[in-house]
Design a protein around this ligand. Structure first.
Ligand code: NAD
Length: 256
């Protein structure tokens, strides 16, 4: 379905981004990977589906590096057709104790980076009259939890950015939508489980059960594969007129 298209997935060396990159590759899309840590292992999981993968290590908190990554995409692939803004970090603390430097980093990586990639991706997509912008928000783009001020602000912000992007492009073949996952068992969440186990002096298994039962009625994690399938749907013709939506995949979290 996506043969000949190029997908840029930010933060695709791990977790949800890697899961989405693999599902897009299964549909034939070439992938420009980004993120920190091991590249070769994740890259092999993408190229085994017979597509081309390249990597750019732009730090998503740095607009100049994002610009360099978009130029690299144009040089290697002729441009980005599918943009998945996924890179993200978390820090938990009450507002009065929240480190200012962590606030700035979360806003830069989880929100401003999507503005930069989007503004730089739009001209090519509009020229082709086809494009898909998929922002990985969170249930925290729809509702809040305490001790996550920067993350909740950034995720509500990216839902707003998604709506504006969709409206500005509404008469073109370019759509913008957001995916709002509940808990997904990735390194980002494992850190929160480990911190809970240590703070409450309980096992990792019990901390995992408590984390899920506190917010997620299904008591099950959403998987990167399931989120990848949602991204594939947003890329399909069936979703050509789905614009500016923020769709949850959250085990019932936001139904409460
Ligand atoms: P993860 O930690 O497994 O992956 C994050 C990815 O972002 C990694 O590839 C990492 O290298 C990359 N990254 C981090 N900082 C970066 C930077 N400055 N520049 C470039 N890349 C950077 O986390 P994940 O759980 O897969 O999270 C992916 C996205 O999904 C995030 O936006 C997160 O907020 C969102 N999300 C996660 C969950 C969850 O439960 N895991 C739920 C809802 C939303």
């Amino acid at each position: 379905m996506l043969k000949g298209k190029t997908a840029l997935v930010t933060g695709s060396t791990s977790g949800i981004g890697l899961g989405i990159a693999i599902e897009l590759a299964k549909q034939g899309a070439n992938v420009l990977m980004n993120g920190f840590g091991d590249v070769d292992g994740p890259k092999a999981q993408i190229t085994e589906h017979g597509v081309r993968a390249e990597y750019h290590g732009a730090d998503m908190s740095k607009p100049a590096e994002i610009g360099a990554m978009m130029a690299f995409a144009a040089e290697k692939f002729g441009g980005v057709d599918i943009l998945v803004n996924n890179a993200g970090i978390q820090h938990t603390a009450s507002i009065r104790d929240f480190p200012v430097e962590r606030w700035d980093a979360i806003i830069a990586i989880n929100l401003s980076s999507a503005f930069h990639t989007t503004r730089l991706a739009i001209p090519h997509m509009v020229d082709k009259n086809w494009g898909r912008i998929i922002n990985i928000a969170s249930v925290h783009g729809l509702v809040a939890s305490k001790d996550k001020s920067a993350y909740v602000a950034a995720k509500h912000g990216i839902v707003g950015l998604t709506k504006v992007t969709a409206l500005e492009l509404a008469t073109t073949g370019v759509t913008a939508n957001a995916i709002c996952p509940g808990w997904v068992l990735t390194p980002l969440v494992q850190k929160q489980i480990d911190a809970r186990a240590e703070k409450d002096k309980i096992s990792i298994e019990q901390a995992t059960r408590e984390l899920l039962s506190e917010k997620e009625p299904s008591q099950q994690f959403t998987t990167p594969e399931q989120l990848g399938a949602m991204a594939v749907f947003f890329c399909s013709d069936a979703a050509a007129n789905v614009r500016g939506q923020a769709w949850a995949n959250d085990g019932g979290w936001t139904a409460q």
